[in-house]
Write a protein that binds this ligand. Structure first.
Ligand code: ADP
Ligand code: ASP
Ligand code: MG
Length: 403
């Protein structure tokens, strides 16, 4: 079998853990498998590197930023290759530019386009283990790019797809994908299986256990993906097709995202074309708008509320204020909000999920500020101070609590 293993930051946080990872890799090699390993930077290192960049220059050149922040993974890839050699295993590291892993030129959140696997294939056939730093690639401009936070997941899945691996194992610091973040809700339950679609929603709605792009790639290339712990031998969670899951829950998970900010335009003139004139300038400024609500108009004016990413809130305010084609009384922003979402493919065939969700929140006196839905999820925006209470109450309301 050909296996890609990914080890996250906590799993390679220090030299002892890197040695433990080497033993795990050896386990697969001893079984006779071909192994490719993708590694993250040691826990905390990427944050530190980002801080250095901000300290030197708040408006830094994105290309130099990538030169700096990609280095954490270079260190762990070399160390793991050495640790493997110490165990008598033939191993070498391959930096993103050496393979190369080709990406587009969007520094800081590049997308992988293509991986040259020719040399890798040859080496794998000869029994060599390849250790590959995650999160980095080579852009159009022939410079180092990075793939966005959590990008090593995507490196691993992209390698698994390009190498037609039989399995892609994502080793992390929890035992798999849970019904919700186990660090916030202790009664969260580990899922044996979750569909690609649900995992994609969970990831994009805030569950950081897998980077969204990695799930997208796994789904498109049908990569058999598994999430498991590098600290235990418990079985993990399999991400798979819907027809591989016999007992489907209506709701399989609850996610939350703090990366939201709310913008309200008070007393906007209510006439055809007003929405276009508000959201046009935001799109022009490359600001992604997520949830939108518009109140009923009573006196010819209306309030329009929408959410944007937290980092964009200042720019969003500026964009609407600087546009003369929109007239409104004032603009209010609030970033002490959280988006909580319930997710499940069962929603397609069951009604009442939104009702259960709203009732559970009402019972705790939690006010819903904005709502949005899609085929397999319902999201609400609430005040940030209720995050934990909301997650716990919804977890119970949807019968997700473990024993
Ligand atoms: P790594 O460094 O291994 O990539 P991450 O910190 O990126 O690890 O992701 C693992 C973390 O994701 C867990 O420690 C957990 O707190 C968080 N998490 C959020 N939602 C979930 C969920 N539904 N299931 C499992 N973990 C989750
Ligand atoms: N080291 C990078 C990060 O912290 C990439 C990763 O770990 O997946 O975001
Ligand atoms: Mg991660």
């Amino acid at each position: 079998m050909r296996i890609v293993q990914k080890f996250g930051g906590t799993s390679v946080a220090n030299v002892e853990r890197i040695q433990a990872v080497a033993l795990r890799v050896k386990g697969e090699v001893d079984e006779g498998h071909q192994v490719v390993v993708a590694v993250s930077a040691m826990a905390g290192v990427t944050n530190q590197l980002i801080e250095y960049c901000s300290a030197v220059s708040p408006l830094h050149d994105a290309r130099e930023h990538d030169v700096v922040v990609s280095t954490g993974e270079q260190i762990t890839s070399g160390l793991l290759a050495m640790a493997l050699q110490g165990l008598g295993i033939q191993a070498r590291s391959w930096q993103g530019w050496q393979l190369p892993i080709r990406t587009d030129g969007v520094h800081g959140k590049a997308r992988i386009r293509d991986i040259d696997t020719q040399e890798l294939e040859k080496r794998l056939e000869s029994g060599e283990v390849a250790v590959i730093p995650g999160f980095q690639g080579l852009g159009d401009d022939n410079r180092i790019t990075t793939l966005g936070r959590g990008g090593t997941d995507t490196t691993a899945v992209a390698l698994a797809a390009a190498l037609h691996a039989d399995r892609c194992d994502i080793y992390t610091d929890v035992e798999g994908v849970y019904t919700t973040d186990p660090r916030i809700v202790p009664s969260a339950r580990k899922l044996d299986k979750i569909t690609y679609e649900e995992m994609l929603e969970m990831a994009s709605l805030g569950a950081r256990v897998l980077q969204t792009r990695s799930v997208e790639l796994a789904m498109n290339h049908r990569v058999p993906l598994q999430v498991l712990s590098s600290f235990s031998n418990a079985s993990g969670t399999l991400v798979c097709d819907e027809d591989e899951i016999v007992e489907k829950e209506i709701v399989s998970g609850i996610a939350y995202s703090m990366d939201e900010a709310k913008v309200t335009l008070v007393k906007v003139e209510d006439r055809p074309g007003i929405a276009a004139s508000i959201f046009g300038p935001l799109a022009d400024a490359n600001i992604n708008v997520d949830m939108i609500v518009q109140n009923v108009s009573e006196d010819g004016s209306t309030d329009v509320t929408f959410t944007v990413g937290r980092v964009d809130v200042g720019r969003a305010k500026e964009a609407v204020q600087n546009d003369d084609s929109i007239s409104f009384e004032s603009v209010i922003t609030d970033d002490a909000v959280v988006k909580v979402s319930v997710i499940g493919v069962g929603m397609r065939s069951h009604v009442g999920v939104a009702k259960t969700m709203f009732e559970a929140l009402a019972e705790k006196g939690i006010n819903i500020q904005v709502i949005s839905t899609s085929e397999i999820k319902v999201s609400v925006l609430i005040s940030e101070e209720y995050t934990e209470l909301a997650l716990r109450s919804l977890h119970t309301a949807f019968d997700l609590d473990g024993e």
